[in-house]
Design a protein around this ligand. Structure first.
Ligand code: NAD
Length: 468
């Protein structure tokens, strides 16, 4: 058992904060650790602090907490820094999307071929990339031993940028790989008995290995797909067995995993009608106006609910968090109800990998995780200086990526990954040179662009609005 200093930057995150604290409370090897919660939004910070302290106390797990709005304080003395901050928040993303749409760019200019995810901005949110870089540089200057865990998007661009520009120890995480379990459940497999691997880049990962009893079971996955016309998603994220995923499987030769089915060419994303055809009615996937509204409304209701719970607990310290939490969550969609159940189940982790990673490093408990880490020959067909997303064993010596076997097929490398990597390179060059004319150049290769003037005018408006 080793106590360490863990800082969560952007601790008010609706997606992550409570999951991370709950996971620490289920990791006996991290007992006695000091958790620094950092956020620039004092109200959100206070809310998370009240709930986190109460959760640790109800689970009888010894932790120390402190809060700060100061990034330097959060970095000082930290062994691990987890970054979940979204600079500008969802409001900024919405504003950029609106400007893009005004100029004829449906879903905004950040929606690009192989990157349609609606909070994965690589072109307009330079503040987000700038914040990640600032954080990594502070860590680099403060301690070479500190790990920076990237949860905030864009994980691919962010992890690649930080590992190129700094010497900080950086690793990126995404929960997309958890969909391998969904594939297994749908076709009646126990994931514990399946020998599987995924490989690619963040939000572009492919199930290269799927074996049961030593034999490939890829064909069995086909049983999970229904006829295109009868595909009925249960929520906007339910796209693992969508017609989009099936068409990608047919063309690329392997099953797309997690958010990969969202990240296709424009063929599935031209407009709402097209999205509904490929991702199912009524939403047309999560990256449609209706699907994204469903998601952001849910996030907003979680933030509001957490704030109300914190107020309740402050008003009456005898109230149990478990009671109020479970009650409040019961009115939310199924996935969140499951979250609430897990918080208080001493044996259930959230499925996020940040805390298992820290535990593996600190306590030398070899753990298999899916990480975003510099390529260094792991996927030999791809450049070495990019972050790839692959399974790895993590222990006190660090990250030991698995050999990717069988290798990714040429079709995926040449028609999906290399074009996606080129778009990452364009975006990072534009960011590093702070050169909006490069964004114009990117848009000139975008099927939504009808004239040079259109690309210039949208970039002019966006970069005037975002000027600091
Ligand atoms: P959110 O807006 O609810 O939370 C972000 C938090 O960051 C807020 O509390 C905000 O106050 C804080 N913040 C903003 N600027 C800050 C700054 N300069 N310093 C400190 N804190 C700051 O966003 P969310 O929906 O919870 O998403 C957070 C991030 O996680 C996003 O980038 C999102 O795309 C990403 N995400 C990643 C995964 C994954 O698996 N890797 C999954 C979902 C979301």
């Amino acid at each position: 058992m080793s106590s360490v200093n863990i800082s969560v930057v952007g601790a008010g995150s609706a997606v992550f904060s409570m999951r991370l604290v709950s996971d620490i409370c289920k990791s006996p090897g991290l007992s006695g650790s000091h958790i620094t919660l950092m956020d620039k939004d004092e109200e959100r910070l206070h809310t998370v602090s009240v709930l986190a302290r109460k959760l640790a106390s109800e689970l009888k797990f010894p932790l120390e907490f402190s809060t700060t709005t100061n990034l330097t304080e959060a970095v000082k003395g930290a062994d691990f820094v987890i970054n979940t901050a979204l600079v500008g928040g969802h409001a900024f993303l919405d504003e950029m999307r609106k400007i893009g749409e005004k100029h004829g760019y449906y879903r905004g200019i950040d929606s690009q071929e192989f990157n349609m995810v609606s909070d994965y901005y690589t072109l307009t949110n330079w503040n987000q990339l700038g914040f990640m870089l600032q954080l990594a540089r502070m860590i680099e200057a403060s301690s070479p031993r500190t790990w920076l865990l990237i949860a905030a998007n864009p994980v691919f661009e962010g992890t690649t940028l930080l590992t190129r520009q700094t010497c900080a120890r950086v690793v990126g995480f995404c929960h997309g790989h958890m969909l391998v379990d969904e594939i297994c459940k749908t076709i009646g497999f126990d994931i514990e008995r399946v020998d599987w691997q995924i490989a690619g880049v963040n939000h572009g990962v492919w199930l290269n290995k799927f074996r049961l009893n030593g034999h490939s079971a890829h064909n069995k996955i086909l049983e999970g797909f229904s006829e295109s016309d009868s595909f009925k998603p249960t929520n906007p994220f339910d796209d693992t067995f969508s017609p989009a995923a099936k068409t990608m499987l047919d063309f690329y030769g392997l099953m797309p995993v997690g958010d990969t089915a969202r990240n296709s060419t424009w063929a599935f994303h031209y407009d709402e009608e097209t999205k509904k055809k490929w991702y199912g009615e009524p939403w047309g996937g999560v990256d449609s106006p209706e699907g994204w509204k469903w998601y952001t409304d849910m996030l907003a209701s979680v933030v509001k609910m957490l704030k109300e719970l914190a107020l309740l607990l402050e008003a009456d310290s005898a109230t149990s968090l478990k009671q109020v939490y479970s009650h409040a969550y019961s009115s939310l969609p199924g996935g969140l109800r499951e979250d609430a159940r897990k918080f208080f189940d001493p044996d259930a982790l959230s499925g996020e990998q940040h805390i298992p990673f820290i535990n593996a490093i600190v306590n030398d408990e070899a753990t298999r995780l899916v990480v975003n880490t510099p390529n260094t020959g792991i996927i030999p067909q791809l450049p070495e200086d990019i972050a790839v997303e692959v399974p790895a064993l993590v222990d006190s010596d660090g990250i030991h990526p698995e050999e990717i076997d069988p290798p990714l097929p040429d079709r995926i490398v040449k028609w999906y990954l290399l074009p996606r990597i080129m778009r990452m390179e364009w975006a990072l060059e534009a960011f590093l040179k702070k050169d909006p004319s490069l964004i114009v150049e990117i848009l000139l290769r975008d099927p939504r662009t009808r004239s040079y003037e259109q690309a210039v005018s949208v970039v002019k408006e966006i970069f005037t609005v975002t000027e600091e």
